[in-house]
Write a protein that binds this ligand. Structure first.
Ligand code: SF4
Length: 365
């Protein structure tokens, strides 16, 4: 592909236009795609709408495991034998203290996640109460993920001051029955519609690596565009031992970055978040995800650890990005007890004699 091809991707996205389906298919599948040129085009779009800021999200498992659903990628499912710590619901005090800590850690958004098919009326009432209290105490955005919801529930949460409701589409309509049999793609879609009609922002994303085709990824990106999703977490399947779906379809770091670029071009204004699997699948190319995406999770994911807070902040600073917060990433890093790069006085590790002569045998000079 020549330079004008990459430029046309950025130009169309900034103008709010959708290109022919084949263009997106080429982007994902054609071996002649130059990754750096593609990322540069996606970065042009990201910069246009989001500058060089990163929104940091911290996720809280308010309840963990014991879920009646059989989503085969999820360690919280009744069908999983993964060895996670299970608990029904944290206390109000614990959740509020964790909200405070998230705010102090520079989180732009605090995400409260509940396992389960759908929340009872009582649970919805408790969530509404928590949202009200958090919003009154901290200047932080709040997102809730609590399963299937109808309009009564989404209206109640909107009135309590909730900013966003998360419910991931996860995979394409055609793949859905292969990853879950206890609820449908349509159930998920209806919840997102209920969130929209209550005036809540929609946060909905995918888990790549569950057997979907490139065409299906494009379909999902277009569906999220139609839903006007303000926030799109892109997860890459983590093969957790004990889960029914233990093996991720081969996701290379390059393909993961292409997926992030695809979602940026089709949803140019959305907050695209590199979510679970960032460290595991992107490996040495992890920092490159900041160019198409403008958001990430800090402090790990629901049941899996991620990079440390220090490493995440350091990566953001090293790449020349800033965080969307009333605190700077440098200030937060210093609070973590780490010096920022230019002031780094730690001496580099010097090699020993043996390391300098790996083939020299003992006793020989
Ligand atoms: S409904 Fe949510 S918590 Fe329950 S198994 Fe599915 S993804 Fe996991």
């Amino acid at each position: 592909m020549d330079s004008p091809w990459y430029r046309s991707l950025a130009k169309a996205a900034i103008a709010g236009e959708i290109l022919p389906h084949e263009t997106y298919s080429t982007l994902l599948q054609d071996n002649s795609i130059e990754l750096l040129s593609l990322i540069d085009a996606a970065f042009t779009v990201r910069k246009h709408f989001h500058g060089k800021t990163v929104t940091v999200h911290i996720i809280n498992n308010v309840s963990n495991g014991l879920c009646s659903e059989d989503c085969n990628y999820c360690p919280q499912s009744k069908s999983s034998n993964a060895e996670i710590v299970e608990y029904p619901e944290k206390s109000k005090e614990e959740i509020l203290e964790e909200a405070r800590q998230a705010y102090e850690a520079g989180a732009y958004r605090y995400c409260m996640v509940y396992a389960g098919r759908r929340p009872s009326q009582k649970r919805t009432g408790r969530i509404a109460d928590l949202v009200k209290t958090i919003k009154a105490q901290y200047p932080i955005e709040v997102c809730v993920s609590a399963g299937i919801m109808d309009e009564n529930s989404t209206n109640m949460l909107k009135q309590a001051g909730l900013d966003r409701l998360n419910h991931n589409l996860n995979t394409s309509p055609a793949q859905y029955a292969k990853i879950c049999t206890t609820h449908t793609f349509a159930d998920r879609f209806k919840t997102l519609k209920a969130a929209r009609s209550a005036g809540l922002e929609v946060c909905s994303g995918i888990i790549a690596g569950m057997g979907e085709s490139a065409e299906e990824l494009i379909e999902l990106a277009l569906m999220l565009r139609d839903l006007e999703a303000k926030s799109i977490p892109i997860n890459f399947l983590l093969p957790i031992p004990g889960n029914k779906l233990e093996t991720a379809q081969s996701l290379t770091p390059e393909y993961c970055l292409k997926i992030l670029c695809l979602f940026r071009f089709i949803n140019p204004q959305a907050e695209i978040r590199t979510a679970a699997g960032r460290e595991y699948h992107l490996r040495s190319l992890e920092v490159m995800s900041l160019y198409p995406a403008n958001s990430l999770f800090m402090d790990g994911y629901l049941n899996t650890r991620g990079k440390s807070r220090k490493e995440t902040l350091q990566m953001i600073i090293d790449a020349g990005f800033t965080i969307k917060s009333d605190k700077s990433a440098k200030e937060l890093l210093l609070r973590e007890g780490k010096r920022i790069p230019r002031e780094n006085s730690a001496a580099p590790d010097l090699k020993s004699d043996t390391e300098l002569h790996p083939t020299r045998q003992e006793g020989l000079s």
